[in-house]
Design a protein around this ligand. Structure first.
Ligand SMILES: [Zn+2]
Length: 180
C-alpha cells in the first residue's frame, strides 16, 4: 500500500454499478475522485486508490518538469554539490535515448535526459542530472568522477533504483493490471 503522494487532495471514492472492471481517477478542485466498480471489495478499493494516486502524481510531475525547469534544476544542483563549477548551458528531454539515462556534450555544456526518467522520483532525476554535470568536469567513470558524486547523499539509492528498473524490464511481462 503506497502513501498518498499528494496529501493536499482529499480522496473521494465513488462506486458505480455501471462500471464492471475499470478504475479511473481525476482531480476535481482540491479533491481526487476515484471511480471504481460497485462490487469491488474494501481491500481492493484501498489498493486501487493507492495505484491511481501514484499514477496521477506521476502524470503531474511529468507535466511539471519542462526543459527550462531542468536547466534551472541542474544549475541549482551544480551550485549545491559542485560549488557551481559545472555550468550547464542547456538541459533537455530526449526520446531517442533508450539505452542511456543521460548524456552530455562537455564542449557545449549540453545535457540530455531520457524521457524514460519522467515520472521517476525526484532524487533519481537529480542523480542523473548530477552524473551528467560531473561529466562536464571529469570525463569517464574513474575514481575522480565517483568522488564528485559522493557529495550527493542519494547516489547509491538512485543507482539501485535505476538498476531495478533495468532488471524489471528484462523480466517476462506480467499481465497488465486492469485500469483505464
Ligand atoms: Zn557517466
Amino acid at each position: 500500500m503506497s502513501a498518498d503522494p499528494s496529501p493536499r487532495f482529499a480522496v473521494e471514492v465513488r462506486r458505480s454499478a455501471r462500471r464492471s472492471r475499470t478504475v479511473s481517477a481525476y482531480r476535481e478542485g482540491d479533491r481526487t475522485i476515484v471511480l471504481i466498480p460497485a462490487r469491488m471489495s474494501e481491500a481492493e478499493e484501498q489498493r486501487w486508490v493507492g495505484v491511481m494516486l501514484d499514477k496521477l502524481a506521476a502524470q503531474e510531475s511529468k507535466r511539471a518538469l519542462g526543459d527550462d525547469d531542468l536547466t534551472e534544476r541542474a544549475t541549482q544542483l551544480s551550485g549545491q554539490y559542485f560549488d557551481g563549477r559545472a555550468k550547464p548551458a542547456s538541459v533537455r528531454w530526449v526520446t531517442n535515448q533508450n539505452t542511456r539515462w543521460g548524456s552530455c556534450t562537455p564542449s557545449e555544456g549540453s545535457i540530455r535526459l531520457s524521457h524514460r526518467l519522467q515520472g521517476m522520483p525526484e532524487y533519481v532525476i537529480d542523480y542523473v542530472l548530477l552524473h551528467e554535470l560531473a561529466h562536464l568536469l571529469v570525463p569517464g567513470h574513474g575514481a575522480r568522477f565517483w568522488q564528485l558524486l559522493e557529495a550527493y547523499p542519494r547516489t547509491e539509492r538512485a543507482r539501485g533504483y535505476l538498476e531495478g528498473v533495468v532488471a524489471a524490464d528484462r523480466l517476462p511481462h506480467l499481465p497488465k493490471a486492469r485500469e483505464q
